[in-house]
Design a protein around this ligand. Structure first.
Ligand code: NAD
Ligand code: TYD
Length: 340
């Protein structure tokens, strides 16, 4: 039996990872530690209550006492850290929360990993730490060139992980994933935002000219990649995880509208994000050598994602009609429209 602590397991990728582990590994127990910020949602873990291999603990990764209690109570041997403030636009509004959770919180978890001598500490990181990549692809050796408070905080977390490996021999691995799409993504991120707006005939706020490029991967593929690194990755190593195919935001928006049978006139150009990284692109040959490859093309991933949001209105309508979301949306988008 292995005892996994999955921090941030009530969020988008973390909850998909919890489902994968419980489905695929009958000999694993999973404990979710999650603060339930605006992005944490127990609906993402619906159906797991009563499963003897699953437990949920509400708590903050910045709280050393709470982390140590969970480690002890559940005899944790593996930590997989998904907990983070994760949205670039919010990091432009309130950077402090990002430094707190993504850097300090990572340090608290690393201290626990060291004290309890875990078999593995895995850090879920992002391609954004490489910064804007206008040509070629980022390899794990590339220098970090962060440009937003989000990516700078994530890079701080990565560097702390590497420091704990070098200084204290903590068996750390890190994955740097590209943009995920799929079930349970909070509709502030572009794909679920555009899908759910389009369903309601609300305009799609496209930043700038929409020519920015992202490597959108299906969340289940990303989770399988993390699992591959947990099983076959080498401590002290970093692994990029993505499809290696980039798509422009305008193309992505038009595909969503086409899949939903909505007119292209719903696209509304808005003032660009400050410091907007025009392109991320990953070289994933290192993780491919471990036997992992993403299984969905962008089109397949997007189609499945659109279908999920169409079929799960109960999940996202609750969020979008809430006061927190409405306030954020107004603050983020009101008065931002520009004429095409
Ligand atoms: P998310 O915002 O959907 O979920 C984050 C979760 O962490 C939430 O459940 C939240 O309640 C929890 N959390 C936040 N602060 C916490 C704290 N202090 N203590 C305990 N729990 C806390 O994020 P996501 O999109 O699922 O991303 C998960 C991880 O993957 C993050 O580390 C993110 O940087 C990384 N990542 C995300 C993407 C992407 O496309 N979404 C891509 C690459 C990497
Ligand atoms: P996002 O989902 O915020 O992820 P990230 O910035 O971390 O890659 O944004 C993805 C892309 O979509 C990015 O180029 C910014 C763009 N975008 C819009 O055009 N409009 C929006 O309302 C949002 C949220 C993002």
């Amino acid at each position: 039996m292995r005892n996994l602590l999955i921090t941030g397991g009530a969020g988008f990728i973390g909850s998909n990872f919890v489902h994968l582990v419980l489905e695929e590994y009958p000999d694993y127990r999973v404990v979710v530690l999650d603060k339930l910020t605006y992005a944490g949602n127990l609906d993402n873990l619906k159906g797991l209550d009563g499963n003897p291999r699953y437990a949920f603990v509400r708590g903050d990764i910045c709280d050393a006492g709470a982390v140590e209690r969970v480690m002890q109570d559940h005899e944790i041997d593996t930590i997989v850290n998904f907990a983070a403030e994760s949205h670039v636009d919010r990091s432009l509004m309130e950077p402090g929360a990002f430094i707190q959770t993504d850097v300090f919180g990572t340090y608290v978890l690393l201290e626990a990993a060291k004290k309890f001598q875990v078999e593995r500490y895995h850090q879920v990181s992002t391609d954004e730490v490489y910064g804007e990549v206008l040509e070629n692809r980022s390899t794990e050796e590339d220098r970090l060139h962060t440009r937003s408070p989000y990516s700078a905080s994530k890079a701080g977390g990565d560097l702390m992980c590497l420091a704990y490996h070098t200084s204290f021999d903590v068996p750390v691995t890190i994955t740097r994933g590209s943009n995920n799409i799929g079930p349970y993504q909070y509709p502030e991120k572009v794909v679920p935002l555009f899908i759910t707006n389009a369903i309601d005939d609300i305009r799609l706020p496209l930043y700038g000219d929409g020519s920015q490029m992202r490597d959108y991967q299906y969340v289940r593929d990303h989770c399988e990649g993390i699992d591959t690194v947990l099983r076959r990755g080498r401590p002290g190593e970093l692994y990029n995880l993505g499809t290696g195919v980039e798509t422009r935001n305008l193309h992505m928006a038009r595909l969503i509208l086409k899949l939903l049978g909505k007119p292209e006139s719903l696209v509304q150009p808005v003032a660009d994000r400050p410091g907007h990284d025009r392109r991320y692109a990953l070289d994933c040959s290192k993780v491919q050598a471990l036997g992992w490859r993403s299984r969905h093309s962008f089109e397949e991933a997007l189609e499945k994602t659109v279908r999920w949001y169409v079929d799960h209105e109960w999940w996202w309508r609750k969020i979008k009609s809430g006061a927190h979301y409405q306030e954020y949306y107004t603050r983020q988008y009101n008065g931002r429209e520009i004429q095409p």
